[in-house]
Design a protein around this ligand. Sequence first.
Ligand code: FAD
Length: 409
Amino acid sequence: MAQRLDYDLVIAGGGMIGMSLAIALDPLGLKVAVVEAVARTEQQQPSFDERSTALSRSTQRTFEAIGLWPQIVAASTPIRSIHVSEKGRFGFSHIDAAEQRVEALGYVVINRVLGSVLQDALSRQDRVDLHCPARISSLEQADESVIATLESSAGSKRLRCRLLVAADGAGSTVREMLGISASKVDYEQVAVIGNVLPEKDPDHRAFERFTHEGPLALLPIADNRAAFVWILPPGRAKSVLQLDDRSFTNALQDAFGQRLGAFSRVGQRAAYPLALTRANGLHSGRGVLVGNAAHGLHPVAAQGFNLGMRDIAALCDCLLDARRENFDPGAMEILEAYAAWRRDDQRKLVRFTDGLVRLFGDERRSLRLLRNIGMLGFDLVPGVRSLFARHTMGLAGRLPRLSRGVPLK
Ligand SMILES: Cc1cc2nc3c(=O)[nH]c(=O)nc-3n(C[C@H](O)[C@H](O)[C@H](O)COP(=O)(O)OP(=O)(O)OC[C@H]3O[C@@H](n4cnc5c(N)ncnc54)[C@H](O)[C@@H]3O)c2cc1C
């Protein structure tokens, strides 16, 4: 008979979002379990890998509110401006931190480094049990509780809880176990990531360049290096991944141009097939979805993690507002309030990133014209630019406490 353990809340998936949620929940005094399938030290850890993530202002504020920002900022690079351009066209846009009256438009951190900070913080919390490596294999929902069975090399365990949070990524199996369907659109594009040393210091500038093959982003990281996210059709991605360092660097340089001088010392490359995944609902019974389990976005606007951080901030707010002695964290009213709150932000971001991918991927003449006018107009009309910047900084709409930097009490 499997051992049974009782919790207020079980988080399925201890990646970037699941771990952040477990830490954020601390002031609520709940007993929490995090179940993560792959150890953080594993080469194949799917969340804390060699990718770099641009953290928005609302994510920064959340980490400030939960007390982790000093460690994260020490390991990240601020973005002071974003330069958006299109290969072979003359329009470009520029978004500036000073113009937005903020110190930085975002901060770039390597996922693996963020993982160390989160893991250290989690290990200091005595109300959280981390079950890792272990995988949730089934769920049983009842009126008063839900039982998650987890499998590990030590055998199986049954975790009974009041609320089950699915934070197990875009391919979430826990979402399926909750009976929530999802739609998936394959973009037929692959993100090739890595980092490179440009001749000129990126000097806190991020670049987004649209090419006929797909967008290419360069983000400033430590030691004057730049992390790249290069989006390509699958066949082309496969062939550039087979190139030796010199030929790869030349191909990347050709796509990006000479704005930062010559590239050298390219690091290891990795590939991520891209799709848009949308859950058709955010809760079911005593289960709720956050992060990529709710929405897997194209990385074109660097928004997926930031959107997920707003999910967990809203969930924490809903739990805090309902908190009283012996309150039920899986109560239907709490989950409905969470879903109603998050629907709008998630829809807008899905539409925004999906629209961007389609607009810049379409070679029709009329759209090309629109793109150039769009980008120039975007640069000339301060209101438009400011609205875009507020979205990419995650400051538009009604924000929960953590996204505003207000600690939970
Ligand atoms: C190339 C690229 C660049 C990106 N850049 C940015 C960026 O700059 N800014 C930004 O905001 N976003 C960015 N994103 C998006 C961001 O990486 C994701 O939104 C984020 O990783 C989602 O985190 P998550 O914890 O929800 O899911 P994941 O990172 O997928 O983590 C899910 C975790 O659940 C675990 N798991 C899975 N199944 C089970 C199970 N049954 N039981 C237990 N555990 C399980 C997995 O091992 C994993 O650790 C980028 C994405 C890509 C592909």
